[in-house]
Design a protein around this ligand. Structure first.
Ligand code: G4P
Length: 528
């Protein structure tokens, strides 16, 4: 197949949701459609369930399992789909944010009973940073949910994105009769859990068609006609370019667990979701169809076996063709590397691959050279942008409990930070080290892994800090003065960038007011 056809047939995307909205269920149904799994339950059993906080076996198991399910590749119609898993648990939000840098679009699952929830709002903010196209799937229509118009308003309001329904439900809960697809102009009748694929789909080109009355009854047919009329008059015609620009989110209704509305979603997704597009580096924009290979690392996964410290680095191919055994430039270190055993992820199996195309995610075995955010190229010196660190929300100081194991502690911390488990800040004053995370769970993970994988033992002492803000200024002198005057609160991140450790929101506000020439950023990547 020609190179440009390989690119145009790829769709790399992630499913995001607040926990329990139905992400795992939807993932599983999509894999069933793609023939990547044969039985329901295969993905479900891998789900990260965090009931017992200190259940170490659970966390360890999940770390191992999630390598296999981190990327699921499958074919549907003539399209190669790469579905990237994003942990729903909020303590792993950083991981999700980074994974979103490697996708070209997103499907967002919303529970029709609960509406837009907190985690969805945050994830949407991340999508907006890169104008990632979003399709919305409103799930659990077999339950008594909120009124669909209210749900759409809530999505627009809370997620700050315009919506355009492409399907419409006929009732909900006990009286749920199905959905009408405004995209394909057909009626899909709901037949409960006994539903088989393609069952109950009726082509209804004209909503006035009297067959509608026979199929769903007169009252519901009349209501549907009114709804469709209203939608067509209130919402603008669906413009795929507006979706691709990240301005408008098409909305589908369904019930993932009943496999209902999922095929409509997938069929539309295949039609409209973007294939790999140009990506920005610090030097120039790179087009996927350029002949030379380039890509970046967005995730690093430690191997399960603590005796062998190799890791798997997840690389997103951005341009050209990746070929096994070829030499590629690791830009940050200015060194050439050869990867003789790259793997692709097809459903839950890893397999060695010889080549990969833009949009594909490959796993590279690494012994500690690769870091999140690293770029590999065929020789050009450029770094992909858009893999920022976000300000953590919980901070704890690292206290070494075993002076004999200082080296091990430092090495362990460095490697765990490179994996992106958390962020390390080193205070300029007194070289105190502070670990920042999004959730409490990471501290347990770090402590456990330091002990078991590196033989180091550390305590984590809570610190009351509000945010870590990366600082910059157009005026170097002013920046130096600021650092001098606030030296007790200045630290460096893992790349040596200056960070202001703000203790409270109000104090940060005051400092911002007092130092108007200093820019405070909540992510590590910024333009001044
Ligand atoms: P998540 O990955 O977003 O966290 O959600 P997940 O798919 O695990 O779904 C959360 C719960 O919602 C599951 O129930 C699942 O069966 C249920 N669910 C998913 N889709 C639908 C739907 O369309 N309708 C209804 N009524 N429920 C749905 P659970 O009780 O937590 O798990 P299980 O015992 O059913 O496996």
């Amino acid at each position: 197949m020609a190179f440009d056809q390989e690119i145009s047939k790829r769709r790399t995307f992630g499913i995001i949701s607040h926990p329990d909205a139905g992400k795992t269920t939807l993932t599983e149904k999509l894999l069933l459609f793609g023939g990547a799994i044969q039985t329901a339950g295969a993905v479900k059993s891998n789900k990260i369930k965090m009931h017992a906080r200190s259940d170490w076996m659970e966390i360890e198991k999940q770390r191992g399992i999630s390598v296999a399910t981190s990327v699921m590749g499958f074919n549907y119609r003539d399209v190669k789909i790469n579905l990237l898993d994003t942990p729903g648990h909020k303590d792993f939000a950083e991981d999700t944010y980074r994974t979103l840098t490697a996708v070209d679009s997103v499907v967002m699952v919303i529970d029709c009973v609960k509406g837009v929830e907190e985690q969805t709002e945050r994830l949407m903010e991340v999508c907006r940073m890169r104008n990632t196209p979003v399709i919305c799937f409103i799930n659990k229509l077999d339950r008594e949910g909120q009124d669909p118009y209210d749900l759409l308003d809530e999505v627009e309001e809370k997620l700050n994105i315009k919506v355009r329904p492409l399907s419409w439900p006929i009732n909900m809960g006990k009286t749920f009769k199905g959905v009408y697809s405004l995209y394909e102009k057909n009626l899909h009748l709901f037949q409960g859990s006994k539903q088989t694929l393609g069952d109950g789909v009726q082509k209804i080109e004209d909503i006035q068609d009297s067959r509608l009355n026979e199929l769903i009854g007169e009252d519901d047919a009349e209501q549907l006609r009114e709804d469709v009329d209203l939608i067509e008059s209130v919402y603008p015609d669906f413009d795929v370019n507006e979706y691709l620009a990240g301005n408008i989110a098409p909305v589908f209704f369904g019930s993932a667990v009943n496999n209902f509305g999922v095929k409509e979603l997938l069929d539309c997704f295949i039609d409209i979701a973007p294939n790999p597009k140009d990506r920005e580096t610090d030097v120039r924009e790179v087009a996927p169809d350029e002949s030379k290979f380039s890509g970046f690392i967005f995730k690093i996964h430690a191997n399960m076996d603590p005796k062998h410290r190799n890791r798997i680095a997840f690389l997103r191919v951005c341009s050209g063709k990746f070929e096994r055994g070829k030499n590629y430039l690791h830009v940050r270190n200015d060194k050439n590397f050869r990867f003789s055993n790259a793997t692709a992820f097809m459903a839950q199996e890893k397999e060695t691959i010889d080549e990969a195309y833009p949009g594909d995610i490959i796993g590279l075995y690494d012994t500690g050279n690769l870091k999140i955010g690293d770029t590999l190229t065929s020789g050009e010196k450029m770094m992909y942008k858009g893999i920022p660190a976000f300000s953590p929300e919980m901070f704890k100081e690292v206290v070494n409990k075993d002076a004999m194991k200082t080296k091990q502690l430092e090495k362990g911390l460095k490697q765990l930070m490179e994996e992106g488990v958390a962020q390390l800040f080193s205070f300029e004053l007194g070289s105190r080290k502070v670990v920042g995370t999004v959730g409490a769970l990471q501290f347990e993970v770090i402590q456990h892994r330091l002990k078991h994988e590196y033989g180091a033992s550390a305590d984590f002492v809570p610190m009351s800090l509000f945010k870590a803000c990366w600082i910059s200024s157009k005026d170097q002198k002013k920046l130096d003065e600021f650092v001098k005057s606030k030296y007790r609160h200045i630290a460096r991140d893992k790349d040596g960038k200056l960070v202001f450790m703000a203790e409270t929101r109000s104090w940060l506000q005051m400092v911002q007011d007092n130092f108007p020439d200093i820019n405070f950023h909540f992510t590590s990547e910024f333009e001044d």
